[in-house]
Write a new protein. Sequence first.
Length: 124
Amino acid sequence: MEVIYCVDNNLGISFNNRRVSSDKEIINDIYKDYDCINIFKRSEDLFRGKKYNVIESIDNDVYFLEDNYNIFSSKLILYKFNRDYPSDVKLNYDLSKYKMISSYNFKGNSHDKITKEVYICEKN
């Protein structure tokens, strides 16, 4: 299973039930690697005009997530906004169990620098 999250410098995901931020260039970058993505209804506004599946539960595929789920992921993709935002929900993955296999920066639409980090799980 592969999961994609957007986070701030402190691994914040959301604040008061709203995402900490968004940037349309992240969505464009996701579609360089995937033809279709699985999302929950709350993320639908980010993916308008793209091919996606709205799901109600997680099985075994590729997911863009905006909430913490207690699931195992063999591949974890983090898009980092490189800013501090208020957040009350933080990413709950133990990154010490993952190995970063790639990292690169790109310019976003509303963020001067976004960092994409790709991790694979080394330990269960």
